[in-house]
Design a protein around this ligand. Structure first.
Ligand code: NAD
Ligand code: DAU
Length: 349
């Protein structure tokens, strides 16, 4: 069935991969991207598909009343909601920006969908993209499952947890058809270099110190972003209304071992002697309230909907490094302007 789908945050890292997948795989759908184009939103991420006849871009804040008119204009069948403030460190310095976009913005979008759909929800879907961080932090054993109680620890994860609760409340109260996924750390092309992997690639390339928080012993589970986009496609089309699905890469690394791996790959790609890039590793002050470990059990999604990650990390990390080295202009553009100010405030000059 042809559909008109609203994708929020489509100019960001994950959103742009989801938009590319939907625009190319479903030429019969109309894909409308709504994005405020904050520092993290970048239309360059969508340059290769922005002439497609089934794609339209609207610059808008999800907190604005204009969102209601947008729903009236396009009569969306579905919403894939990715727009968010997404960086934990920024949530520590400016929590209110996270409350505004992640909580108020999500509620505004839910209200606009509810009003537009007028409680006649047949064939509609509000798909909310969330994070594994809502479950809190694990010790060295165990995994997050869909039933794990929420225990968010940072202003970012608390704001995402709050938005998840509102989405479920609209399902419970108004019977709005919703689905939620909670995913682990993504990596790959087009990620803003405030996040660990692109930040390290950029610093290694420029022979700048690689800032490792604390002792580098925190553990994350890494998933290639295109695999996440495929999971979103599967859940959007086959997910059961009212359900939650965890998405993960089954690929845990301590930060320090991941950084060593990245240094090895960069040495090869840059033609440096083995061990050269690792000399840049610098231990810095730990993140406040730093979650020790995230690890996700995505067997529900694998068993019920048949999704699994396609790319091994060994290949994914090489592909990622190659992308940032090849797309020098993209990287240089995003680190110009406010990035330097942010970087100096975060890490010192
Ligand atoms: P990102 O920061 O790269 O992109 C966010 C996008 O949202 C940007 O294009 C930005 O301009 C837009 N945006 C921000 N505030 C907005 C507003 N008020 N109105 C409209 N647009 C706004 O984020 P990302 O890493 O691509 O994450 C996308 C979603 O996936 C987020 O909801 C995030 O919580 C979730 N998530 C991210 C990861 C990850 O590893 N990056 C993992 C799991 C879940
Ligand atoms: O788990 C999913 C989440 O993953 C998403 O919901 C978030 O949007 C996304 O930003 C990410 O959060 P993290 O805090 O895990 O990602 P980040 O890249 O900021 O950091 C990864 C790990 O590396 C974390 O333990 C902190 C550490 N780190 C990070 C930076 C930026 C460093 O040691 N040094 C750094 O300079």
């Amino acid at each position: 069935m042809p559909k008109t789908i609203l994708i929020t945050g489509g100019a960001g890292f994950i959103g742009s991969h989801v938009v590319r997948l939907f625009v190319t795989k479903y030429p019969e759908y109309k894909i409308v991207v709504l994005d405020k184009l904050t520092y993290a939103g970048n239309l360059e991420n969508l340059r290769d598909i922005d002439k497609s006849p089934n794609y339209e871009f609207v610059k808008m804040d999800i907190c604005d009343q204009d969102v209601f008119e947008l729903f009236q204009k396009y009569k969306f069948d579905g919403v894939i909601h990715l727009a968010a403030e997404s960086h934990v460190d920024r949530s520590i310095t400016d929590p209110m920006a996270f409350v505004q976009t992640n909580v108020i913005g999500t509620c505004n979008l839910l209200n606009a969908a509810k009003e537009s759909w007028k409680d006649a929800f047949e064939g509609k879907l509000f798909y909310h993209i969330s994070t594994d961080e809502v479950y809190g932090s694990l010790e060295h054993e165990g995994f997050f499952v869909e039933e794990t109680s929420y225990d968010p620890k940072s202003p970012y994860s608390a704001s995402k947890a709050s938005s998840d609760h509102f989405v479920r409340a609209y399902h419970n109260t108004y019977k709005m058809p919703v689905v939620i996924t909670n995913c682990s750390n993504n990596y790959g092309p087009n990620q803003f270099p405030e996040k660990l992997i692109p930040l390290c690639i950029h610093n290694i390339k420029n022979n700048k110190p690689i800032p490792v928080y604390g002792k580098g012993e925190n553990i994350r589970d890494w998933l290639y972003v295109v695999d996440h986009a495929h999971a979103i496609d599967v859940v959007f089309h086959k997910g059961k209304v009212g359900e939650t699905y965890n998405i993960g890469g089954n690929n845990e690394w301590t930060n320090i071992s991941l950084i060593h791996k990245l240094c090895e790959v960069m040495d090869v790609q840059l033609g440096r002697a083995a061990g050269d890039s690792a000399k840049l590793i610098t231990f810095v002050k730990d993140r406040a309230g730093h979650d020790l470990r995230y690890a996700i059990d995505s067997s529900k999604l694998q068993k019920e909907l048949g999704w699994e990650p396609s790319l091994q990390f060994e290949q994914g990390i090489v592909k990622t490094v190659e992308w940032y080295l090849t797309n020098e202009e993209w990287l240089n553009n995003v680190v110009s302007g406010n990035y330097t100010k942010y970087y100096d405030e975060m890490y010192g000059k």
